[in-house]
Ligand binder design. Structure first.
Ligand SMILES: [Zn+2]
Length: 729
């Protein structure tokens, strides 16, 4: 072990580790390995320990392989993410495998062996085992780490990888050329382990590093030592400003690049979302810009992604757009993207046709998931935010790998067929088929305006639970942030470490917004676009009720404010969204839902400004439905008075209303009790006798935004408990 590491960080804490049992130490080792992006990528790599356990069947001691199972991530893994298998039974599988003809890599028996692992399960552990299980089992050492370190893969992905391994590591590391992980690779590693006692690990060509020790801390430190060596070797050969052949383009300022990217994103999202919608992540840092602006970027991008684990997300290669950022010309960038996409899709279809087997799964989406643009950076797309962040992270890793490999030698990609056999591996397909069904709004971005309280808050939560990416917007930005924090605490942030600025977010962000101010609306939408790539739904719940004073006076200023918030605001938010929907294209059906009120059609005393502003909003909705077609449907949800949780019902208004309707109350009662009293009174006037809640409104807004109401536009949908005076005719 080195005293000081420069290219990794030693996070082992003896004091803490000593408090843990053997299996907990494995989890601990895994978490601290996974915590350093230079050691392994999200979801990549696995660890194992062979531990003595009491066999529940015999009460005797038996050796159990604990190995990180399928799915999950080393950084966040718990013991439940590890499978536990009888080591002697795993070894016994070698005789079945050995006597089956034919055997070897990619023979049918190799994949059949995967279905045998569940038979070796110790103690009914339900975690499915990883495809890498035989690698860990067949190497005899007690502890094994398999990592995807950027600096090490740089060596593994070089043309002269074997010679470089010898030069850097001498006899301590063996070299195995690329081979798809599985039973046969496990047997090859077993042979290395048994025949070469000086060897402590293997360079897995074009893949990663695997190394072992009989002590867990020693195994961890060995992993660090080997990666440190790779990092130091690459640094000694760094090409400085000649990296990637030098710089071809110059980046605009961050502010200009962010503005340009935001202008581009809805168009780009629409273009790649031909078959199915995607969520975007923008990554723009010095390392990405050095690559995308370089002379060699186009050539290297064409070679493809470095690590086979990445293919399912990054596809075999990214799309590089050879555009000069100094031209500052967005329309030429768009034309290059359209041409590039046509070429990319044709290349992908050709790759599929050339490499497919008789039993290959059907061709998947042909669009790129990683787009590289000089001056702007990297834009990644995935089925949700978490996936797009992982995709961006993986290509960041690839850039690091190419940087290292090109410094010390030449970067090489996997042969196309090998890449295909990973991407379309039947075992991978089975894994995809086992994934839970996507939630209804999983690929959508919803801006909820008014999300700081009441109906808006409930609506934001309703969409988030359906998998939506939610922008919680409110005049009160702090209240919007509180809602966003609460939602994030409930749904989590997913995985993947990438994304610049707000684009590094989870499924929910917060934004201040003044719906009477076009610049403020614009700024809110720009945050949504940079965070997620576009907008699919705008749900507006914000509104204002101002009452005349005791003498019945109502000022012009009050009139103006009521109309600004209740009538002009809804028009402005829909109108600003229109241009975004147009850029995305009519194939991405979008939706606007505006909250009006049943008061729009019920005449009474004391609320003329409010009622008439809502009547105007109803008709604005109908006209917007015409204006926004065919890009978006525009509908309204019209509540009757929702008292519960409403900002529009402070204590004094509740008391004034109770007094107005001659309902008994006392000053001692809590605001909530007074609200319940008032809500019950309102309920008693309805046909259903039920109070109207924020949840009722949220459900209606969700329904009007969802594909369940895809044939409905220009409609006012009452959610009022049944007020016959408000029936529309
Ligand atoms: Zn691997």
């Amino acid at each position: 072990m080195k005293a000081e590491y420069k290219y990794v960080k030693n996070n082992w804490d003896n004091k803490y580790a000593d408090t843990l049992c053997a299996s907990e130490r494995l989890v601990y080792r895994s978490n601290i390995l996974g915590d350093d992006q230079r050691i392994t990528n999200t979801g990549g790599g696995n660890t194992s320990s062979k531990l003595m356990e009491t066999d529940p069947l015999t009460a005797e001691q038996t050796e159990v392989l604990w190995v990180k199972g399928s799915g999950g991530d080393l950084r966040t893994s718990k013991l439940a993410n590890f499978s536990s298998l009888y080591q002697d039974k795993l070894i016994a599988l070698q005789s079945i495998y050995g006597t089956t003809e034919p055997n070897g890599v990619k023979t049918p028996v190799e994949d059949q062996m995967v279905h045998m692992y569940p038979h070796t399960t110790f103690n009914l552990n339900p975690r499915p085992s990883s495809i890498d299980t035989p690698l860990h089992s067949f190497i005899g050492a007690k502890h094994v780490d398999h990592m995807h370190p950027i600096s090490f893969i740089a060596i593994a992905a070089c043309k002269n990888s074997e010679a470089l391994t010898k030069e850097i590591y001498g006899d301590s590391l063996a070299y195995l050329p690329w081979q798809r992980p599985g039973f046969d690779l496990g047997l090859k590693m077993q042979a290395v382990y048994q025949e070469n006692k000086a060897c402590v690990g293997i360079n897995m060509g074009q893949h990663g590093l695997i190394n072992w020790a009989d002590d867990d801390k020693a195994c961890y430190e060995l992993t660090l030592d080997l990666i440190e060596k790779a990092g130091a070797f690459i640094a000694s050969k760094d090409r400085g400003d000649q990296t990637f052949g030098g710089q071809k383009y110059t980046s605009p300022s961050d502010a200009a690049a962010i503005e340009m990217t935001t202008d581009l994103l809805p168009f780009l999202r629409g273009a790649v979302s031909q078959r199915t919608r995607f969520i975007g992540t923008v990554h723009r840092d010095a390392a990405v810009l050095e690559f995308v602006n370089s002379v060699d970027a186009q050539r290297l991008a064409e070679i493809g992604t470095s690590c086979p684990d990445h293919f399912l997300r990054t596809k075999i290669k990214p799309m590089f757009v050879d555009w000069d950022p100094e031209s500052n010309d967005l329309s030429s960038l768009k034309s290059l993207i359209i041409e590039g996409l046509d070429q990319y899709r044709a290349d992908y279809a050709e790759y599929y046709e050339a490499c497919k087997h008789a039993d290959s799964p059907a061709i998947r989406d042909c669009n790129p998931t990683v787009i590289l643009i000089p001056g702007l950076g990297l834009i990644a797309f995935g089925k949700n935010k978490s996936e797009s962040r992982v995709t961006a992270e993986f290509y960041n890793c690839a850039i690091g790998v190419m940087r290292g490999a090109e410094a010390i030698d030449s970067y090489i990609g996997l042969p196309r067929q090998e890449a295909f056999d990973i991407e379309y591996w039947l075992l991978e397909e089975a894994k995809l088929q086992r994934m839970p069904k996507e939630k209804e709004f999983a690929r959508k971005v919803v801006v909820v305006i008014g999300a700081g309280s009441g109906i808006g808050k409930e609506t934001a939560l309703r969409f988030a639970r359906e998998g939506a990416h939610v922008v919680c917007a409110d005049l009160d930005g702090d209240a919007a942030q509180v809602t966003a924090n609460e939602i994030e605490a409930e749904i989590g942030i997913g995985i993947g470490i990438a994304g610049s600025g707000i684009s590094g977010c989870g499924n929910v962000i917060a934004s201040g917004i003044d719906i009477g101010d076009t610049a403020s609306i614009e700024a809110c939408y720009q945050s949504a676009i940079y965070a997620f790539g576009g907008i699919d739904v705008v749900a507006l719940t914000a509104g204002i009720f101002l009452a005349p004073n005791v003498d019945g006076e109502f000022s012009v200023k009050q009139w103006e404010l009521v109309y600004r918030v209740n009538s002009i605001g809804p028009y402005l938010v829909a109108d600003a969204a229109k241009s975004i929907f147009q850029l995305q294209g009519a194939h991405l059906k979008s939706s606007v839902v505006i909250t009006t009120s049943v008061n729009a059609v019920v005449s009474k005393k004391g609320s003329v400004a409010y009622d008439s502003s809502k009547a105007a909003a109803n008709h604005i909705v109908r006209e917007l439905a015409v204006e926004l077609a065919p890009y978006a449907r525009v509908n309204a949800v019209a509540p009757a008075t929702v008292v519960k949780g409403s900002q529009m019902f402070p204590r004094d208004r509740v008391m004034a209303s109770l007094a107005k309707y001659d309902i008994d109350y006392s000053e001692e009662e809590s605001t909530e009790d007074l609200r319940i009293k008032l809500a019950q009174f309102y309920a008693s006037r309805t046909l259903t006798n039920e109070p109207i809640t924020p949840e009722d409104q949220a459900e209606a807004i969700y329904f009007m935004s969802s594909d369940k109401s895809s044939k409905t536009t220009g409609t006012i949908f009452n959610v009022d408990g049944g007020l016959h005076e408000a029936f529309l005719r």
